[in-house]
Design a protein around this ligand. Structure first.
Ligand SMILES: [Zn+2]
Length: 63
């Protein structure tokens, strides 16, 4: 059991209800991710910082 859980249970002891509000649901459904994109020809790397997404698709761009 983690320290936070132990602390919570110590605080909760002998108390009929919740001492702290229960976390029921989170507002966000996705985590922020960093996309690391690298060019296969020259090895150029690019980071796309902190975007939220559920799904990513890579498509080939022919020039
Ligand atoms: Zn390149």
């Amino acid at each position: 059991m983690s320290e936070g859980q132990r602390r919570y249970e110590r605080k909760q002891e002998g108390y009929g209800s919740q001492r702290r509000p229960e976390q029921k649901r989170f507002a966000k459904v996705t985590k922020k991710v960093v996309l690391r994109i690298q060019c296969s020809q020259c090895g150029y790397k690019r980071h796309i910082l902190g975007i939220r997404l559920k799904k990513i698709e890579l498509i080939e761009v022919v020039r």
